[in-house]
Design a protein around this ligand. Structure first.
Ligand SMILES: Nc1ncnc2c1ncn2[C@@H]1O[C@H](COP(=O)(O)OP(=O)(O)OP(=O)(O)O)[C@@H](O)[C@H]1O
Ligand SMILES: [Mg+2]
Length: 224
């Protein structure tokens, strides 16, 4: 079973801000985990450690059985490309590129894809899979917030990662779009991805298989 296992993570910024305190957490294939908590409680910090965007001060992250602290820079980048897809609150789409072209981007650095035609085909399939067939040719500023987030999710899926990590994915959306994004993330979990979503949004309680709460850098299983 594929999993990300965070063990006793502590993160201290600048030798003084303790953003994570001894946090352990598992993300397994096929499950949808939510992490809630007040601003500044350490949610994004946790997601960054788990998603290999930053390294913990103490503790370890094991991905599919491999202790990532042992990986060299190149292997770490490869691991991240193949196993993790990120989704952010602000979408982070390239405004100069059409929807399907944004989805092509992560595949252009993946040596598994040999031709641009293959990449374009896969990008269009992903655009179809998030329900945007009709919008594939549009630029981000011609899409609604919910549609832009769907493009960002399609892009996160580009290299067929085992895990999708999302930081406040509905933070810029209204309640209709919020539901459709949580539904899409839930479907991804049901299709076998491991999904971890950080959110302030109470609506997530209806979708998550397990909810954690962060408080002052500690991860709790009960609402504080
Ligand atoms: N790069 C950094 N350097 C120094 N301190 C940081 C850094 N990133 C975060 N922090 C601090 O770590 C703590 C946790 O921040 P974090 O961004 O993880 O919180 P959060 O729960 O995601 O908050 P929000 O809900 O506002 O996004 C905060 O005190 C923050 O100021
Ligand atoms: Mg945050």
């Amino acid at each position: 079973m594929k999993s990300i296992s965070a063990k006793n993570l502590t993160k201290i910024y600048d030798n003084r801000v303790t953003a994570l305190k001894n946090v352990s957490l598992d993300i397994e294939q096929g499950s949808f985990i939510a992490v809630m908590g007040h601003s500044g409680s350490g949610k994004s910090t946790l997601l960054q450690m788990v998603g290999l965007l930053d390294t913990p001060s103490e503790g370890e992250v094991i991905i599919n059985g491999e202790d990532v602290s042992r990986l060299k820079k190149n292997d770490l980048a490869k691991m991240r490309m193949k196993t993790i897809g990120f989704v952010f609150q602000a979408f982070h789409l390239n405004p100069q590129l059409r929807a399907y072209e944004n989805v092509m981007l992560p595949m252009l650095i993946n040596p598994e894809y040999k031709t641009k035609a293959d990449i374009q085909k896969k990008a269009r399939e992903l655009i179809d899979s998030v329900g945007l067939t009709e919008r594939a040719e549009h630029y981000p500023n011609e899409l609604s917030g919910g549609e832009q987030q769907r493009v960002a999710i399609a892009r996160a899926l580009a290299n067929d990662p085992d895990f999708i990590l999302a930081d406040e994915p509905t933070g810029n959306l209204d309640s209709n779009n919020e539901e459709s994004i949580f539904t899409l993330l839930k479907e991804l979990a049901q299709s076998g991805k491991g999904v971890m979503v950080v959110s302030h949004n109470e609506a997530i309680l209806d979708y998550a298989d397990k909810v954690y709460y962060m408080k002052d850098g500690e991860l709790l299983e009960e609402r504080p």
